[in-house]
Design a protein around this ligand. Structure first.
Ligand code: PAF
Length: 284
């Protein structure tokens, strides 16, 4: 596996591969790999000839009071795991190269970024959209793979690709979970033993909502109330949002009809966790 830090070098390598007729995939990450990341890499490996994984803790998507400094990092372990997964190239750029001092061009989404995580993390999606656009331009992949846990991020990236005509295939990979259902996340590392228990309330809420819908409940207000009660019964939890709405436009719905996105953001202690599912009412 090649480890490349230079933007010019990865551009050269990717161009070389593409000239040779190879299908190149990109898995953008912020490192500290868990099985969720490895599943994205594995998917990329199965669906392309060369896999590039980018590892960059992107400072511009963290707010001033967020966890950029503390964000877990373990580059050596990441290198080992990526190599084992059959990744061809790990691209680890320097922040000074990605954002030189006179950097002044940003990618702004106007709409999909307004609700859910965008409402509580102003500027977050501008940072994500900008870094992902840069990575797309640097690597020029045919395929890029993202986790569905960050559902809003995935929809925003699909929209960027459509609106800016990138011509890249975007795969949203299903959420990978721990044995008890907690969605895998690098931030799970922050949880104390007690918080880890409370954190299960996100998965339990999704399962409860799926069950209520299968039993005939269609009112999103009733679902949200039940979820709120379940979450707040766990020690140390605080709800950021409970969203029930259209998975494409990310606008709220009063009734569950057709595919409806249920997305949650919950603080457990100081750690903010997200999770989601698509609710599908059974056909009559
Ligand atoms: O999902 C992430 O890890 C990040 O938001 C991404 C897409 C790598 C951009 O920094």
């Amino acid at each position: 596996m090649r480890i490349i830090t230079s933007i010019g070098e990865i551009q050269g390598l990717s161009t070389h591969w593409k000239k040779a007729g190879l299908r190149v995939s990109l898995v953008p990450t912020m490192g500290f790999f868990h099985d969720g990341h490895l599943a994205l890499m594995n998917y990329a490996k199965q669906h392309s000839d060369r896999v590039v994984v980018s590892l960059f803790v992107n400072p511009t998507q963290f707010g001033p009071n967020e966890d950029f400094e503390e964000y877990p990092r373990d580059p050596e372990r990441d290198r080992f795991l990526a190599e084992k997964e059959g990744v061809d190239c790990l691209f680890c750029p320097e922040a000074a190269d990605m954002y030189p001092e006179d950097f002044q061009t940003w990618v702004n989404i106007e709409g999909l970024d307004k609700r859910l995580c965008g409402a509580s993390r102003p500027g977050h999606f501008r940072g994500v959209a900008t870094i992902v656009t840069k990575l797309f331009n640097i690597v020029r992949p045919d395929l890029a793979v993202f986790g569905r846990k960050d559902f809003q991020q995935l929809q925003i990236i699909k929209r960027i690709v459509r609106d800016l005509n990138f011509g890249i295939e975007i795969k949203g990979y299903p959420i990978v979970r721990e044995a008890d259902g907690l969605a895998m996340s690098s931030r799970n590392k922050y949880l104390s033993r007690k918080e880890r228990k409370s954190a299960l309330c996100l998965f339990e809420s999704l399962k409860m909502a799926e069950h209520m819908v299968s039993e005939g409940c269609r009112s999103t207000r009733r679902l949200a109330h039940a979820i709120e009660r379940l979450i707040l019964a766990k020690p140390g939890t605080r709800i950021d949002y409970i969203f029930l709405g259209d998975p494409e436009t990310l606008t709220e719905r009063e009734r569950v009809k057709g595919e409806t996105l249920l997305a949650l953001a919950v603080y457990v202690g100081a750690t903010r966790l997200i999770d989601n599912t698509i609710l599908r009412p059974p056909k009559p």
